[in-house]
Design a binder for this molecule. Structure first.
Ligand SMILES: [Ca+2]
Ligand SMILES: [Ca+2]
Ligand SMILES: [Ca+2]
Length: 372
């Protein structure tokens, strides 16, 4: 699959170079060429660093026809589908894109965030290290998640779902393996709820906590649940990845993973660009929403961009939509799993979702694809 995409991109680059010689509008072609170059750079980083994600991509290949692969190469060879900047997943989730989420603070609990990325300039207003390893993002995972939420709509790179929102980079995962301890996780939650000023109930308290990780089936100690409950009771919307342990069968349930399985948390599964549930996406009785999680291009280390897949990439699409909803409807109660209607944030999310399953809710697509 990667080889197909790479050779497709190279063929496209060759075609553009040829076109450049004959065309009157050279600037548009030059821009497209730089997109292709950035795409190939991203592909190289991706290939170099993330072998396990490559495994997921290989699984995807099995369910894509040649036409679909070619479709993908032709229509998504640049970084985005609109203005060359809006990634396909953001486009799929936000129907009429504009800058939104102003005044909303989203805490990204992850590997940290590189706040110096030009497409995140001014967005990351606070970084906090719960791991004792320093705030540096060692793998780019957190930086990628942050870009999907709030990368700037500024004419280059990518744009996030809520490009007007503020991001807190809270590091709870460390090392190349991106592993965290439960104490770090709980510490990170409290830090987010209290916000940079360390005082509960002030304007800088996080409104949303985005968690692109899971406990891989292990039930966390009760103090982790206490932290989650504390955040929920203080009106924070908690969003988490459902996990990538899917067996490719939508009729079988995978084992529970936390924090997604807590009833206070919105569990997010993954879809592809044809609105199909990703083979790796966990089926679960607590699954609440699905969102784009394949071929997701976003911000990466050293000012670059990378393409990743996983429920980790789906989660920030939902966190971004929550920011848009808070900016529009104000601080509604978070609400519960069964809510519908506009009285709670979860009710709004469920009511607005695009359901392509067979009923109002399914264990493989939840209430459907998140929409704004
Ligand atoms: Ca941008
Ligand atoms: Ca505060
Ligand atoms: Ca399954």
């Amino acid at each position: 699959m990667l080889k197909d995409i790479k050779s497709g991109a190279k063929a496209y680059r060759k075609y553009l170079r040829h076109e450049l010689k004959n065309s009157d509008d050279k600037s548009a072609i030059r821009e497209e060429l730089s997109n292709v170059r950035a795409f190939l750079d991203g592909l190289r980083e991706f290939k170099h660093d993330f072998k396990e994600v490559k495994h997921d991509i290989r699984k995807v290949k099995n369910k894509w026809s040649e036409t679909e692969v070619r479709d993908f190469i032709l229509s998504h060879i640049n970084l985005g589908v609109r203005d060359g900047e809006i990634p396909w997943g953001v486009d799929r989730v936000v129907r009429d894109y504009e800058v939104g989420g102003e005044g909303v603070q989203i805490a990204v609990l992850d590997t940290g965030i590189d706040p110096s990325h030009p497409d995140l300039a001014g967005k990351v207003t606070w970084v906090y290290d719960a791991t004792g390893t320093g705030v540096k993002d060692e793998t780019g995972h957190g930086t990628h998640v942050a870009g999907t939420i709030a990368a700037s709509y500024n004419g280059f790179g990518v744009a996030g779902v809520a490009s007007g929102a503020e991001i807190y980079g809270i590091k709870v995962l460390a090392g190349r393996d991106m592993v965290g301890e439960y104490q770090w996780f709980a510490d990170g939650i409290y830090a987010a709820v209290y916000g940079p000023d360390g005082i509960l109930g002030t304007k800088d308290d996080a409104d949303v906590i985005s968690m692109s990780f899971d406990s891989q089936g292990e039930l966390p100690p009760s103090y982790v649940y206490d932290a989650i409950k504390f955040a929920y009771d203080n009106g924070v919307v908690l969003v988490a990845a459902a996990g990538n342990g899917g067996d490719g069968d939508i009729t079988t349930l995978e084992g529970d993973t936390w924090p997604a399985a807590y009833s206070e948390v919105i569990a997010v599964g993954s879809t592809d660009m044809y609105d199909r549930v990703s083979t790796f996406s966990n089926t679960a009785p607590y699954l609440e929403l699905v969102a784009p999680g394949e071929f997701i291009v976003s911000t990466f280390l050293n000012g670059s961009y990378a393409m990743w897949a996983g429920t980790s990439m789906a989660t920030p699409h939902v966190s971004g939509v929550v920011a848009l909803l808070i900016a529009e409807y104000g601080h509604l109660p978070v609400g519960g799993f069964y809510d519908m209607g506009d009285a709670t944030i979860r009710g709004l999310l469920h009511s607005m979702a695009y359901q392509f399953g067979t009923s109002a809710w399914t264990a493989y697509s939840g209430y459907g694809l998140v929409q704004y």
